[in-house]
Ligand binder design. Structure first.
Ligand code: SAM
Length: 262
């Protein structure tokens, strides 16, 4: 049975890249900076997906010092294929399969809002860190504008007032939410920041095809619509992104927090 949280993440790595990886790759570099990921340390990537952050960790730490886990078997296979030498395994943030004090850095990029028991996950991050180690987590700030998702949901709400807008249904995208989680787990020296990234689409079809991969809440919602509803949403979203006739760029802001295990 597929683990809770991974059900909408059973896509191929290529489909994920076209939809979200195009944002999570540039995000990974800034996020690793915020977490103080530097040569000589060890790092665990929790909820690695196909490996956007894993690759950034490998470039800084070397594959032998990087571990990664995700509940989605296809993503685990893809991450392992993309990053030879990294120990990648199926697992969940709420039950990290490592001994106490194993890592210098534990990072979760765009994962917390899919975790069923975030407080348990934060406690797990602290448990597997060495004293002095740092946990870092980031998620999209929907209010500040993860445009690829916020415009999708704005368009969906025009047609369906009950559409499950991620800004309403998912936690941790607002200021103070990740720091509060880390503080509750006993972390010290908590720092919060925002990271902005952007992605350029060749045309509107490239953006629209991303949702059709069925990834995450927006993709799941899009694929669940009848054909007529999907066509109406396609037209409505086109208006919400400014009716582009060629290439266009969308921006995304992530909210990030780090905490130290004293
Ligand atoms: C938006 S993707 C982010 C993937 C990757 N970190 C990135 O930045 O591209 C969310 C990931 O969280 C994973 N996930 C869902 N529930 C999880 C849980 N309880 N523990 C760990 N990962 C989880 C999903 O399988 C998916 O790979």
């Amino acid at each position: 049975m597929t683990a809770e949280g991974a059900r909408s993440f059973l896509a191929t790595g290529a489909a994920y890249d076209g939809y979200m990886g195009r944002y999570s790759r540039p995000l990974a570099a800034a996020f690793a900076d915020a977490a103080g990921v530097v040569s000589g340390l060890s790092g665990l990537d929790v909820g690695c997906g196909p490996g956007a952050l894993t690759g950034e960790l490998v470039s800084r730490l070397g594959a032998a010092s990087v571990w990664a886990l995700d509940p989605s078997p296809p993503f685990v296979a893809e991450c392992a294929a993309r990053h030879p030498g990294v120990a990648v395994q199926v697992g969940r943030a709420e039950s990290v399969p490592f001994a106490d004090g194993s890592f210098d850095r534990v990072l979760a990029q765009l994962v917390l809002h899919f975790v069923t028991e975030p407080a348990v996950a934060a406690a797990e991050f602290r448990r597997v860190l060495r004293p002095g180690g740092v946990a870092a987590a980031c998620v999209w700030d929907f209010a500040a504008g993860m445009q690829m998702l916020s415009r999708f949901w704005a368009a969906a709400l025009v047609l369906d007032p009950d559409a499950p807008d991620e800004a309403r249904t998912l936690r941790f995208g607002k200021e103070g939410e990740i720091p509060e989680l880390l503080a509750g787990a006993g972390f010290a020296d908590i720092e919060e920041s925002t990271i902005e990234v952007a992605s350029t689409y060749a045309d509107y079809d490239e953006l629209w095809s991303g949702y059709l991969a069925g990834i995450g809440p927006a993709g799941t919602y899009c694929l669940g619509l009848p054909a007529a509803g999907r066509a109406a949403l396609r037209a409505e979203l086109y208006r919400h992104v400014g009716e582009p006739t060629g290439a266009f760029t969308l921006t995304a802001t992530a909210r990030c927090a780090t905490g130290r295990h004293e």
